[in-house]
Write a protein that binds this ligand. Structure first.
Ligand SMILES: CC(C)(COP(=O)(O)OP(=O)(O)OC[C@H]1O[C@@H](n2cnc3c(N)ncnc32)[C@H](O)[C@@H]1OP(=O)(O)O)[C@@H](O)C(=O)NCCC(=O)NCCS
Length: 187
């Protein structure tokens, strides 16, 4: 499947994306708030294989797509909504983009595109996300998208070891619709 944003195209991952995704993930500024393993070639290979496997599931539950620059065709990152193991009508959301493209609105474009798909096509009622308490960029981003945060809680061991907590975020379809209509995105 393919989804078109204003400046990005979201498409299925391909094993040939491993190299480009690993360059993005191994950047220390991107890796800072991930489990350190995420930066390894081995883990990137496994992740891409998993994304391809999810795409072939029938019925499909998880949609983790490659974010592609529509002009240059370069891989910019990954985003997705994943319903597996979630209660009906709910999904987990995740996004990460190359550091060079932070602060340009590309992440917002990709997120709006996959969230529109989730709420409109999949009929989701709520999307959830988990972030690291110290991650200011993602906190600002999540608030801009209309997510609201719960209280910090103990996260995975690698978060605790660095003195961080996990934060649970939620975005309901109702708030999403209000947020995008305020932004003038909804026609
Ligand atoms: C989280 C993440 C996706 C946020 O990316 P981002 O680039 O800050 O988010 P946006 O696309 O919304 O960019 C908005 C910024 O671009 C600016 N911008 C420039 N042109 C823009 C445009 N055309 N449209 C919208 N915003 C634009 C905005 O003013 C805003 O700037 P500000 O942050 O100074 O207010 C990014 O930091 C990331 O990939 N981090 C690494 C992965 C990660 O940590 N993921 C979360 C795991 S917990």
């Amino acid at each position: 499947m393919e989804l078109k944003g204003e400046r990005v195209l979201l498409r299925e991952f391909d094993p040939q994306d491993v190299g480009a995704l690993q360059v993005i993930h191994s950047d220390p500024r991107v890796l800072r708030y991930y489990d350190p393993d995420v930066g390894t070639l081995e883990r990137t290979r496994a992740l891409v294989a998993l994304f391809v496997e999810w795409a072939n599931d029938n019925p499909r539950q998880n949609f983790q797509l490659a974010i592609i620059d529509s002009k240059t065709n370069l891989l910019l990152g990954s985003c997705g909504v994943r319903t597996k193991d979630c209660p009906p009508g709910k999904a987990e959301f995740g996004i990460g983009i190359a550091q060079e493209r932070w602060g340009t609105g590309v992440a917002q474009d990709a997120a709006q595109t996959i969230l529109r798909f989730g709420f409109s096509e999949l009929g989701l009622k709520e999307v959830r996300a988990v972030t690291v308490s110290d991650n200011e960029a993602v906190t600002k981003f999540a608030r801009r998208m209309g997510f609201t945060a719960g209280p910090p809680r103990q996260g995975d061991a690698w978060m605790t070891q660095r003195g961080w907590s996990a934060v649970d975020w939620s975005l309901t379809r109702e708030i999403w619709e209000n947020t995008i209509s305020m932004d003038g995105i909804l026609e």
